[in-house]
Design a protein around this ligand. Structure first.
Ligand code: DMJ
Length: 893
């Protein structure tokens, strides 16, 4: 069976998690400190002498300060001991803790300096090699010069002396041009040599500077550490003098010992108050300017509040907010090539003022890693959203799509796609002025009667979904509902096929339908990803026929009894049968599985519903047939594809919605693990790690569109050897698949994992991904754009800001970092559609159909709203005739 190459995924397996890296990194950190110790040992003798003297002085001073009664008795009373302990405790708190806090801040500064130095050393070596090569090239050209002239002269001499020969291979002009070319070649080599010399001297200077800086901080660190140790020893020895070490004293000693060995990370506040933190706050790069990032607000990150009613079945929800399990060193290719590192290297030191401006700018970007406060992080995300939106508004407002480099828009559906898809994100971020501009455009410029085809699925999830959520978030602004209903009805002919399986495309003006040009069949995921939007539309308007129809499609697909609950990715609207042998959780398959679960939740989780049954059956199929691990034990867990019966270790970035879906299933009480398998939440976390590694183990720090995993038997040796390669030995990326389109799926899953586990590391992962986005995707006008290849640094950009950048990625990121209490859009009241538009669950307070006043189609309104009502009333009549076949009775046959 294919299982041989796909090691089974069991609950006994230990993943190569952040903690493993932590442990490994921790050892290395010790190694680094050890090397400090070695280098410092030569100078230790005088320090030890000082220590001894200080210790003696300490004892004497201490003796004079101790309570009088205590000096007199060899067996002090308990009260006296407690008093002394408190005295030491206070002193420890005031002195030792202060010293240790300073040490940890210094440690934070030392490590980046060390990595910086190491990087420069590598650069010096590299530049040195280039210089040698330049010398060699110049020498070679000089050597060639004589030889070339010699050959030419010989050639010419031959021509002169023997008239019977041909004029020779070269004309005079050719010779002249050859000489010029050689001259130019030599001049170029000479210039390169000069440049290479400059490079070397420049990097050598920087190396010297970095070394001095590193040595200075290192020396300070050791001086402080030695002084701390002397103080601790003094205290310990003093304490030993007290009586016969009764229990209280032993406790005190143990406490002091522990203080001597422990090192705690500084809090956000102490870091921001430190010199390095202040430097960050007053950073020179424009990204940090203007006070919009919330300097005044230094609130520490808060764990999300527990949603009011929903409890995860195992009861373990958002309890702890701290799980900073990555301490480095970060050996990832992302850290090495993009400077986006985790752990102690996340926050590199400032460069000296004398460093070049470009380096300062790069370093400033890297210092986004110094920001750990969620509110500050969130403010930066909001800023990214606002600048993206403003660039679109300025250059392409009203167009579906935005090309930020050309500063133009283009059409896909002619429905102002970016406006409507982004609208709820703007609302959630409180960008009221921008929301008003969108509303005005929708009221006066959104026209739906155009004679052009739109994709039924894309229009439903992005435009219909966007309008419905806008209606909900605006507390029932009827404009949005009228437009949503009009669009829903105009899309209805898409369901009119011989089999009931929808067509791919619909003409909004003529009510015609069409298949995609490349295939007569429809994508399975597209025809089964409509029910959430139609269901909420039905709840709000009472028009249930389209909801029935959309649910009927899902039931029809289930009735085809797909083996193992896994559906092939194409299906024919003509025959209603599957039209492919490929099963994928990526393109054309993904949201089929997503809407099984989410539609069931949106309907209020009706018991024994076919959606729930099909979801569970699909989960079993996915576990049995698609999920694999790259190596037994510690390999990455991934979701492959089926080509017929063959398992392909290929995974689209699109599949990264799946960890979040599995976690959501767990939250709603679904468990599909059989004995020895990973339970739902552990499976979700394992898959989440894989998706994150698809960002961490590539040069630009942003995932490629597709990766191919590699199975290997030796769980330990292989990945370790290749730890710093692209994919770290677990996956590879084909150049043709190396683009990144601002896709949101990984951020989406991180959102669920953060909400459901409450582990801080997920917030940090989200932030590290944002760092990479901010590093490589911005365009001068404030927009962000897609990338052509994440294998290169800097990655070449593509000219497109997809609408899901604002609709999904930034919304999820913003909500991950949100610290509001109570939590916004809790998962027991809302379910996000596949385009990240939150819809309220039926039966909850938010989801009540009576929450807003009912849709009115006559009279009361004025202006555009009245136009919309009239339009809709007329249209309803017309569409009634068009879609009469979609009556309830027919839909249920
Ligand atoms: C989005 O439009 C939706 O998330 C859809 O379900 C899949 N693809 C894109 C984003 O990648």
């Amino acid at each position: 069976m294919q299982r041989a190459s796909r090691p089974p995924v069991t609950s006994d397996d230990k993943f190569s998690t952040g903690s493993d890296r932590y442990l490994k990194g921790h050892k290395n950190r010790q190694g680094l400190l050890g090397s400090f110790a070695e280098s410092a040992s030569s100078s230790k003798a005088p320090i030890l002498a000082c220590a001894l003297i200080l210790c003696v002085i300490g004892l004497v001073v201490l003796g004079t300060q101790l309570p009088g009664s205590f000096q007199r008795h060899s067996n002090p009373t308990r009260r006296e001991l407690t008093g002394v302990q408190a005295h030491y405790q206070d002193e420890s708190d005031l002195e030792i803790q202060d010293l240790e806090a300073r040490l940890t801040v210094m440690l934070q500064d030392i490590q980046p300096l060390w990595w910086h130095l190491k990087g420069i050393k590598g650069e010096v070596l590299d530049k040195g090699n280039r210089l040698t090569a330049a010398y060699e090239k110049v020498a070679k050209l000089e050597g060639l010069e004589g030889q070339r002239e010699f050959n030419l002269t010989a050639q010419l001499a031959l021509q002169n002396t023997d008239g019977s020969l041909d004029p020779g291979p070269f004309s005079t002009e050719q010779i002249t041009s050859m000489r010029e070319r050689w001259k130019a070649e030599k001049a170029e080599a000479d210039a390169y040599l000069v440049k290479a010399k400059e490079w070397v001297s420049d990097s050598t200077w920087r190396e010297k500077h970095a070394k001095e800086e590193y040595d200075a901080v290192k020396d300070k660190y050791w001086a402080l550490r030695d002084a701390t140790d002397v103080r601790l020893r003094g205290k310990r020895d003093s304490a030993r003098l007290l009586a016969d070490q009764p229990a209280d004293i032993q406790e005190l000693l143990a406490d002091l010992d522990q203080r001597g060995s422990g090192r705690q990370a500084p809090s956000d506040e102490s870091y921001l108050d430190s010199e390095a933190g202040q430097a960050l706050l007053s950073g020179r790069h424009e990204f940090y300017q203007d006070g919009w990032w919330g300097r005044g607000d230094k609130a520490p990150p808060q764990p999300p509040a527990t949603p009011s009613t929903l409890q995860s079945p195992s009861g373990e929800r958002a309890a702890a907010a701290v799980d900073t399990d990555f301490q480095g060193p970060d050996e990832s290719v992302r850290c090495r090539m993009s400077g986006i590192c985790e752990g102690p290297q996340a926050c590199p030191a400032m460069l000296p003022d004398s460093a070049k401006a470009e380096e300062q700018a790069v370093r400033q970007e890297e210092r986004l890693g110094c920001i750990t406060n969620s509110a500050q992080r969130q403010a930066l995300v909001r800023q990214a959203a606002l600048s993206s939106w403003k660039a679109y508004r300025q250059h392409a407002f009203g167009h579906d799509e935005f090309h930020p480099q050309a500063e133009t828009g283009s059409e896909w559906f002619g429905l102002g796609l970016t406006i409507i898809d982004s609208l709820d994100t703007l609302m959630i971020m409180g960008l009221t002025e921008e929301v008003a501009a969108c509303r005005a455009w929708i009221a006066s410029d959104l026209k739906m009667d155009q004679d052009s085809e739109v994709n039924l699925f894309e229009t439903t999830i992005r435009v219909l979904g966007g309008l419905l959520t806008a209606y909900h978030l605006s507390n029932g602004d009827q404009l949005y509902l009228i437009k949503a209903l009009e669009l829903g009805l105009r899309l209805a002919p898409g369901f009119k096929s011989p089999s009931g399986i929808p067509w791919s495309d619909v003409n909004l003006g003529t009510h015609g339908v069409a298949s995609p040009k490349w295939n007569p069949a429809s994508s399975t995921s597209e025809v089964t990803t409509l029910a959430m939007e139609y269901s909420y539309l039905a709840r709000l308007t009472g028009r249930t026929e389209l909801e029935d129809r959309a649910l009927k499609v899902m039931e029809q697909v289930a009735n085809l009894r797909p083996p193992n609950g896994l559906v092939p990715i194409m299906i024919s609207p003509e025959t209603g049968s599957f039209a492919s042998h490929t099963v994928s959780m990526g393109a054309r398959g993904d949201s089929y599985y997503e809407y099984l679960l989410k539609t069931w939740v949106l309907l209020g989780k009706p018991p024994d519903h076919f959606l729930l049954r099909e979801y569970k059956s699909a989960m079993r199929g996915i576990r049995d047939k698609l999920i694999a691990r790259t190596s037994p034990g510690k390999g990455l867990v991934y979701v492959g594809e089926l080509q017929g019966k063959r398992h392909e270790p290929k995974m689209d970035h699109l599949v990264c919605f799946f960890p979040g879906l599995v976690a959501l299933g767990h939250l709603h009480g679904i468990e599909t693990a059989e004995s020895g398998e990973l339970p739902e939440i552990e499976l979700a976390e394992a898959l989440m790690l894989t998706c994150y590694e698809m960002y961490r183990r590539v040069p630009a720090g942003l995932s490629p569109e597709i990766v191919f995993f590699t199975a290997h038997e030796d769980s330990d040796a292989y990945p370790k050897q290749h730890a710093t390669d692209v994919g770290g030995g677990d996956f590879h990326v084909k150049p043709a698949d190396s683009h990144y389109l601002l896709r949101p799926e990984t951020m989406e899953s991180i959102f669920y994992l953060w909400r459901i586990t409450g582990k801080q590391k997920y917030r940090d992962w989200a932030w590290h991904i944002f760092r990479a986005l901010h590093r490589w995707c911005p365009v001068k006008n404030g927009a962000y754009t897609s990338l052509d290849s994440i294998l290169q640094v800097p990655p070449p950009q593509r000219d497109k800001m997809e609408s899901f950048w604002l609709a999904e990625l930034l919304k999820y990121l913003y909500l991950i970092l949100d610290t509001s209490t109570p939590q916004r859009y809790p998962l027991d009241e809302y379910v996000f559609n596949t385009e990240a538009h939150p819809l309220p669950i039926a039966g909850t307070q938010a989801g009540s159909a009576n929450r807003f006043k009912p849709l009115s189609l006559s009279g009361a309104a004025k202006g555009p709203l009245q136009a919309g009502q009239n339009n809709l009333a007329a249209m309803l009549k017309e569409l009634e005739a068009q879609t009469r076949h979609l009556t309830k009775s027919e839909a249920s046959t």
